[in-house]
Design a protein. Sequence first.
Length: 145
Amino acid sequence: MPQFKFEPKKELEYISERMKKFVEELPESFAFEFARGFSPRVDVLHDESTVQVFAELPAISKENIAVKVRGNVLHISGTKPLPEAYEQLKPLDVTRMFGEFSRDVHLPAEVDRENIQAKFSEGVLQVTLRKIQPDTSDEVAVEIE
């Protein structure tokens, strides 16, 4: 039976070089648009009583951000508008993301939905959620009528 040598690192380098060449051959005025938007970077930290989520949202005003909790999921969404200057100029090298964004964070515990705090400062959204202890008792007394 013939054997083939597979070298993942070389294969990835080959694919990377092909992609670079493809992008270099695109017309100067070509721009990518992603229908799904982008997903901001987040850090999720917790201790015995809280879960804290930090989301990087640079160049976005707090009016363009929405925070919701559904079940055990924190949903952060919003819009990062394209600056006016971008409408008048031709792109040469654009790596920043614009448009709609969203990020779902699965929470490691049940949280108190009535006491969620959100702060936005210097492009970082901080959401603090208080953990609650779920009712894990196995025994429930039932009154008989």
